[in-house]
Write a protein that binds this ligand. Sequence first.
Ligand code: ADP
Ligand code: ZN
Length: 723
Amino acid sequence: MYINVLIETKVKSNDMTFTYHVPDDMLDDNIIGKRVLVPFSNRVIEGFVIKYSSKPEDYLVKDIIKIIDDEPVLNEELLNLGKVMSQKYLCSLIYAYQAMLPKALKANHKSSKKYLTKTYVMLNNKDININDIKIKSQREIIELLKNNKEVLKSEIKSKSSLKKLIDNNIIKEFEKEVYREVVTSLDERSIKLTDKQKDVSSKIKSSLGKSSTTLLYGVTGSGKTEVYIDVLKEVIKRGEDAIVLVPEISLTPQITARFKGIFKDNIAILHSSLSDGERFDEFRKIKRGEVNIVIGARSAIFAPLKNIGIIIIDEEHSESYKQENNPRYNTLDIANIRSSVHSCPVLLGSATPTIESYARAKKGYYNLLELEERVNKRPLPKVIIVDMKNEMRRGNKIFSSILKEKIEEKIAKKEQVMLLLNRRGYSTYLTCSSCGYTFKCPNCDITLTYHKTSGMLRCHYCGFARGKTDICPECKEKEIRQIGSGTEKIEEEVRSTFKDARVLRMDADTTSNKGSHDKIINAFNSGNYDILVGTQMIAKGLNFPNVTLVGVINADSSLNIPNFRSSESTFSLLDQVIGRAGRAEKEGEAIIQTFNPDHYSIVYAKNHDYKRFFAREMMVRKKLNYPPYCFLTLIKISSKDFNYGIGEAKKISSFLNRNLSANTTVLGPSMANVLRINNTYNFEVILKYKKDDLLYKTLNEMIKIYEGNSKIKVELDFNPINL
Ligand code: ADP
Ligand code: ZN
């Protein structure tokens, strides 16, 4: 038998498939999609078997060394999906497959995780007469095993008696594969849907069985989760499976608790805070068809379920649905492909849909369903915009008078407060007020952020860290000043301003350990804390019934990012974070501090007016010709050699200009927002087009030119998020 094996080689080149022979003692009629060990130019490497092959005529074929998997890791659907991805994103096939699999099942993963086994014991012969056993402790063990087929060895107290029984062949011990248990809390409330929810749910149910896309626009707190649950019950009744995607792991604890509370063991969890072993086990549960529902972050879209009845993408606007390294896939694209394979609907849910999604829904490409009120007509929070220019004049740098007042009021009433600042660390950067020196990363064109807890200056791009000094390395004066604030500083300010307040902080620095998200969320939920300070991590999806005030310390940080989506992401972040207040009986309010009190993102967020925001933003996009009025493709060019990089970037730009249709605009080359990251220089060429039949052909030729060139990296990003 001959097979084609796809391998990953050092030389970044096209898809590397090679023919191998399967020796007779390894013959396997289920080999497609499994990993095999093969010899490859003096090395032994892993690869995926992608198809059968005929015997090559002109060269000698080597034997494979070993079949790694008992069951294929890639089924037929995923093998095909990989091909579609590699065409759609012009990425190599191997990267598409690697992206689908958990670490332990990727090809070439050195420390492939083993199955976890535990030792069990059972009776050799169930009919053993208990009266033949004289010793009481031995009799108890036998009694236990008569009532239970098998018992964990570790659960049996009397080890010496057990050993005797094993030695005497009365009991046998054996190893059995077990799953590592993913611990979650359970939210088992029984909730009766409101009429609105029922209506929306029944419309979604009536779309089951066909491929389609539905956008559920539902304001924060409108009860979208309960709608999903109701729909999922129907999907299970139909004997089908479902994928539920949630954006970041910060969101998963509460939503998984809710889903676990309802669907119990019928649900597998796949997200990045699981250990490799836990992921591996959850993945196998899915492959074996032991669960109907998979809930997880982006890569769960590849869950190998056999009979998908619906794909739900919650908080569909989240940037985390775009993978930012090769292959730069968009989860929605993959959902659409799988939706047509499985003839099932895709359901997108959000209080702040992306401009593109809402535009598609309005044009009728998607079904549009709306939940415009909160559950039981609870009001949306009242919002006050504070102009920080005035506050600064009064010496209020961090807390405006009104925010301070409100925080005090809430603490006195034993209600909770959330404070958002979308920047971690203590101060944004350090500068010498004598000579103007700023501390920068030696590897990147970016200032270092001061982290007070660790006493370090850190680069948020490459991870470089150095100790803080009080003396300027340039002029030797002791005039180092800290500029700008991050969450660490806000936490400190909160502690010193509100002496009685109990404060928690949630950002990338406090959540780097496994389970730390859950801990913070549970701690805040338990009511032992008054104030939660955090980055955008606290903005989305969380549900704390006792939060009645949300304060946005500085709404401008995302507005100032040079990106055509900055208004959209600002509106979305504000609307989402405001939506954390007043989700239960007590009414909520929010305070937005800004230097741009008239900016439409901020004004419409204050009024919870997504639709006006959408209309206004569409006007801007039309004027500037940005999506959804055109498509964008970003070509990222990077090189350690500045001159070489910019030279090739110019060549690329003119190559594209010559070869693409006349209607396509080629912009650049220009320097990336941060030119140098980790001592690599980054340049960009941007394509704007409505339709270009020459696009794929031309880009493919361009990619080919640079294949195997180690001096430069040329990457494609279709529909980029950060531009
Ligand atoms: P969304 O995801 O739309 O922001 P959630 O699904 O988190 O909203 O619901 C907000 C809150 O309302 C949650 O505490 C949820 O348990 C509660 N809730 C949802 N539906 C109902 C209902 N029909 N009756 C009572 N409470 C509900
Ligand atoms: Zn750096």
